[in-house]
Design a protein around this ligand. Structure first.
Ligand code: DQQ
Length: 489
C-alpha cells in the first residue's frame, strides 16, 4: 500500500489513491459483489468525481477494477456524482448524477458484461428538474422495477418545505415521466420541515420494502402490497452533511406516508450517504461513507480520505425499528482471541488498534458501563463510550473530547437512544485505527478518532453501580490487511 499513515483503516475498504466518498452501484451479480464509489484519484479532496470500482467474493477482500466512470465533455464534465446499478434485461446499467455548469442532472451509462467498461449517453435522461416547484437541489437516484415499469426517485428539496424526492416512471430507462414528489410537508405526526433534522434536501435516497422480523423479506418498492416501506436518505442542510435518516411508512405506488423517522446511525455525518442492496442470499446489505473528522490540511498531509463502513445487514424488528449488524462474514477475519468469556463481571482490560470486541451487560437504573478506547496510560488521549439505562432502553454516549491531542480534528460527542430488545445489552465494537463502529442492540454508532500517541492502545470495559458485565470476548483483526491491491491503470 502506498500509505504509511498509521491511522488508515486496514480491514475497511479505502480507495487505491486520493479521495473516496459515497458508496454507489452496490450489488451482487453471479456471486460477485460490486462496490462502486465516489472517487477522486488525483488527490484527497472532493473534485471532478469519478466512479471507482472494486469486486469481492466475500464482502471483505476486494480487488480494484478500472475506474468505471470518468467525467467527459458532456453532461458529466464536472463530475460523475452518486447513483445506482440496475440490470436492464441482462445489461448492466448505471443511473447517476452528471454534474455540468454547476448543477446535476440524471445520466445513464451502459456497461460490459464484466462491469469493467462503461459507455455514457451524451444527453441526460431527464433534462431539467420539475419546473413547478422551487427546487433547492436535485441529485442522486434510486431505480427499481415496479409492476412492469421502471420507477426512479431523484433526491431533492423544495424551498420552505424541506427535503423530498421526485418520483418518475419509464419503460426504457431513457425517457421518464414525472409523477410528483414522493412526500411533501407533514406526514401525520412526522414533520419534514425542520431543516436541522430532515435537511433542506435529501441526498442518496434509497427506497425499498421490508417485512418485520429478524429474517424479514426485503425487495424493491411494491405499491400493491401492505409491506412496510423504508426510505433511507442523507439529510443535507444548506451545504452541510447532517446525518442519514430512515423513514418507515406505507407506499401505494404514488405516495409514501411516513409513520416515523429514526436515525440510521448515531454517528451522524461519519456514516453518511448509505446505499443498500438485496444480495443473492436475500439480505439487505448496507455500506456508508465514513467521512473523515480531520481538517483539510491534515487530510492533505496524509494523502488519502474516506473509508467505507464494514458491510452491515439490516433488519426491521417486531416494533418496526430498523437495526443493523456487521455481516457475519466478518467473523472470518478474527485472529488471536484476547478475551475469554468468564470472570468479567466488574471489568476487563485489553490493548490494540484493530479489534472485534463483543460483550453483554446487565445495566439497571442508575448503573453504567464505560468503555474506554484508544487510551494512553496517562489518560491524555482516550475515547469514552458510556451506556446507561434509560427507561426500557439504553442511552449511549460517545465522548471524543479527549480522543486526540491534535487540534485539527472534530472532537464533538455523539449520543442517542437505543430502544430495548431485552434487559441484556448486546454490544459489538469494531476498531480499525481511526475507525470506531459500535452496535448496541443493533443500533449503530460510527465515528472517527485520531489519536496522536503510539501508546494510545489501551481499552477497558468497566461496570459501576447496579450494572455488571455478563460475557466479554475480543479478537485481533490484524490479519485483515487487504491483499496486495491492483492499482487502476
Ligand atoms: N455526494 C455526491 C452527491 C451526493 C453527495 C457527490 C452525498 O451525489 O449528494 O460526490 O455525500
Amino acid at each position: 500500500r502506498a500509505q504509511a499513515d498509521p491511522l488508515r483503516p486496514a480491514y475497511h475498504f479505502t480507495s487505491p489513491a486520493g479521495w473516496l466518498n459515497d458508496p454507489n452501484g452496490v450489488g451482487q451479480r453471479d456471486g460477485i459483489y460490486h462496490l462502486f464509489y465516489q472517487y477522486n484519484p488525483s488527490g484527497p479532496f472532493h473534485d471532478r468525481i469519478h466512479w471507482g470500482h472494486a469486486v469481492s467474493r466475500d464482502l471483505l477482500h476486494w480487488s480494484d477494477r478500472p475506474i468505471a466512470l470518468t467525467p467527459g465533455d458532456g453532461p458529466d464534465a464536472e463530475g460523475c456524482w452518486s447513483g445506482v446499478l440496475v440490470d436492464d434485461g441482462g445489461t448492466p446499467t448505471i443511473v447517476y448524477s452528471g454534474r455540468a455548469d454547476g448543477r446535476e442532472l440524471p445520466c445513464l451509462a451502459v456497461g460490459s458484461a464484466d462491469l469493467d467498461t462503461w459507455v455514457t449517453l451524451e444527453q441526460p435522461i431527464i433534462t431539467a428538474p420539475p419546473a413547478e416547484y422551487d427546487i433547492t437541489e436535485y441529485r442522486d437516484h434510486c431505480v427499481w422495477r415496479e409492476n412492469g415499469h421502471w420507477r426512479q426517485l431523484v433526491g431533492s428539496g423544495i424551498a420552505g418545505r424541506g427535503g423530498t424526492a421526485f418520483l418518475y416512471e419509464s419503460e426504457d430507462l431513457r425517457t421518464w415521466t414525472e409523477l410528483g414528489p414522493l412526500t411533501v410537508g407533514d406526514a401525520g405526526d412526522v414533520r419534514l420541515d425542520d431543516p436541522e433534522w430532515t435537511g433542506t434536501m435529501w441526498e442518496c435516497v434509497d427506497f425499498f420494502r421490508m417485512t418485520r422480523g429478524d429474517d424479514g423479506l426485503t425487495g424493491p418498492p411494491d405499491g400493491t402490497s401492505d409491506d412496510e416501506h423504508l426510505l433511507i436518505f442523507s439529510a443535507w442542510h444548506e451545504g452541510h452533511t447532517l446525518h442519514p435518516l430512515v423513514a418507515v411508512g406505507s407506499y401505494d405506488g404514488q405516495r409514501f406516508v411516513i409513520d416515523r423517522i429514526q436515525r440510521l446511525d448515531l454517528g451522524g455525518r461519519h456514516a453518511y450517504a448509505p446505499q443498500t442492496f438485496r444480495d443473492e442470499a436475500g439480505r439487505r446489505v448496507l455500506w456508508s461513507w465514513m467521512q473523515e473528522g480531520r481538517d483539510d490540511a491534515a487530510t492533505a498531509a496524509v494523502g488519502w480520505s474516506g473509508a467505507m463502513t464494514v458491510p452491515r445487514r439490516l433488519w426491521l424488528d417486531d416494533d418496526g425499528v430498523l437495526r443493523s449488524e456487521p455481516v457475519p462474514e466478518l467473523t472470518t477475519l478474527r485472529g488471536e482471541q484476547l478475551l475469554p468469556a468468564d470472570e468479567v463481571s466488574s471489568g476487563v482490560d485489553l490493548a490494540g488498534v484493530d479489534l472485534d470486541i463483543e460483550f453483554t451487560a446487565t445495566i439497571d437504573a442508575g448503573g453504567r458501563v464505560d468503555v474506554v478506547l484508544f487510551a494512553t496510560a496517562d489518560g491524555a488521549e482516550r475515547t469514552v463510550l458510556e451506556l446507561r439505562r434509560d427507561g426500557d432502553g439504553l442511552r449511549v454516549k460517545l465522548d471524543r473530547s479527549r480522543s486526540t491531542l491534535s487540534t485539527s480534528c472534530d472532537t464533538s460527542s455523539h449520543a442517542g437512544a437505543v430502544p430495548a430488545t431485552d434487559p441484556t445489552a448486546r454490544v459489538r465494537i469494531l476498531l480499525d485505527r481511526s475507525s470506531v463502529e459500535v452496535f448496541v442492540d443493533g443500533i449503530a454508532l460510527t465515528t472517527r478518532v485520531y489519536p496522536t500517541r503510539t501508546d494510545a492502545r489501551q481499552i477497558s470495559i468497566s461496570a459501576t453501580g447496579p450494572a455488571r458485565l455478563d460475557t466479554a470476548r475480543a479478537w485481533r483483526l490484524d490479519d485483515a490487511e487487504q491483499p496486495e491491491r491492483v492499482l487502476h491503470p
